[in-house]
Design a binder for this molecule. Structure first.
Ligand SMILES: NC(=O)C1=CN([C@@H]2O[C@H](COP(=O)(O)OP(=O)(O)OC[C@H]3O[C@@H](n4cnc5c(N)ncnc54)[C@H](OP(=O)(O)O)[C@@H]3O)[C@@H](O)[C@H]2O)C=CC1
Ligand SMILES: Cc1cn([C@H]2C[C@H](O)[C@@H](COP(=O)(O)OP(=O)(O)O[C@H]3O[C@@H](C)C(=O)[C@@H](O)[C@H]3O)O2)c(=O)[nH]c1=O
Ligand SMILES: [Mg+2]
Length: 299
């Protein structure tokens, strides 16, 4: 049996990685905050070294993070502990055990001032504490262990956990109109699709010493704004008897938040397709699967 340690077992991605159908012989071992506190670097190193059921881990996927973007502005130390120092501990432990590490990062490492999609070698310049702390995690992994893959993703959504779809459905049930920013652009990502991509990468890293390493981007295909995303959520929700409030497009300036966010965080997929043959499906199709789970299949 090949055991893969997955952190953030209670989060969107960790849940999807546990549900993913892995190849025969692979088994996911999840950890959550209750059994492995990621602010405790010694505990991280010990956990990776301990392996599972008398065997060393075959790989680690660090799916946990401090993801509360606005709260991070006032909680710098915890954000950096979880998003930067914990990945450093995973890198050190994976290097010592000679096993691959898959680290998940974010579109928020980019400043958002590009016209087209961000490619993997574009210059990073985070606008907020969350993005800066995630960049710290990238640097720790990139310099800490050679057998690593960093996958930047964006706008992660699923039927479980906290995310934009669930917020829109909850708030949309109570209000006739929702104001949503229309000038921030990006690509929504199904946690299920992301999990499948990460599983492909992890298996290849485990089985082939010549598997591509480095930094890649994964999101669902296509681009939208948060307002465009909200409109499509409600269009598809209405087909399932869900809420259908009007979406009022607004400017970022009219929706003040503690953290600044990138105006364009669209991610380019050419690197992950070239290295791993991964081609994401459209975000609207991924959304449809999530709404099937949340609201039922349309009549
Ligand atoms: N959500 C998004 O829109 C995006 C996410 N990403 C990245 O994707 C990855 C997965 O995100 P996602 O699944 O959405 O995140 P979630 O917020 O759904 O889950 C994060 C998980 O991290 C755990 N965690 C947080 N702090 C600690 C800690 N101190 N010790 C142990 N566990 C901790 C949480 O546990 P608990 O709940 O128990 O605190 C939770 O299970 C992360 O690396 C994130 O940065 C990238 C781009 C977009
Ligand atoms: C709820 C709500 C949000 N918004 C805006 C705020 C923000 O610009 C945008 C999305 O809101 P969220 O709270 O989901 O944004 P946020 O938590 O910043 O989402 C980010 O999370 C981190 C973890 C990432 O890595 C990013 O890829 C991204 O997904 O929509 C509205 O305009 N109207 C609303 O009613
Ligand atoms: Mg959020």
């Amino acid at each position: 049996m090949r055991y893969i340690l997955v952190t953030g077992g209670g989060g969107q991605l960790g849940t999807a990685l546990a549900k993913h159908v892995w190849p025969d012989g692979y088994h996911v071992v999840t950890s959550d905050a209750a059994d492995l506190d990621l602010t405790d670097t010694a505990a991280i190193v010990a956990r990776v070294a301990a392996g599972h059921d008398g065997q060393p881990f075959a790989a680690v996927i660090n799916g946990a993070a401090y993801t509360a973007v606005d709260k991070a502005e006032d909680d710098l130390v915890t954000a950096w502990a979880v998003n930067a120092l914990a990945p450093a501990a995973f890198a050190a432990a994976c290097r010592a055990a000679d096993i691959p590490l898959v680290q998940v990062s974010t579109d928020y490492v980019f400043p958002g001032d590009k016209d087209g999609a961000w490619e993997v070698n574009d210059a990073v310049a985070p606008l907020n504490v969350y993005g800066a702390s995630k960049l710290g995690g990238e640097l720790a992994v990139r310099t800490g262990t050679p057998r690593h893959v960093i996958v930047r993703t964006a706008w992660v959504v699923s039927a479980t956990g906290h995310n934009f779809i669930k917020t829109m459905l909850r708030v949309g049930a109570d209000r006739p109109t929702l104001s949503v920013v229309a000038d921030q652009h990006g690509s929504p990502t199904s946690a299920t699709d992301l999990a499948a991509a990460l599983a492909t990468i992890a298996v290849r890293l485990v089985e082939r010493t010549d598997a591509p390493v480095g930094t890649f981007h994964f999101s669902n295909a296509g681009a939208t704004s948060w307002a465009g995303f909200a409109e499509e959520i409600f269009r598809q929700a209405a087909l399932r008897g869900g809420p259908a409030p009007a979406v009022q497009p607004i400017a970022t300036a009219d929706y003040p938040t503690p953290a600044r966010r990138p105006m364009n965080s669209l991610l380019g997929h050419s690197a992950i397709e070239r290295a791993y043959g991964i081609r994401p499906r459209d975000w609207q199709a991924a959304l449809s699967d999530i709404l099937d789970e949340l609201l039922g299949v349309p009549a």
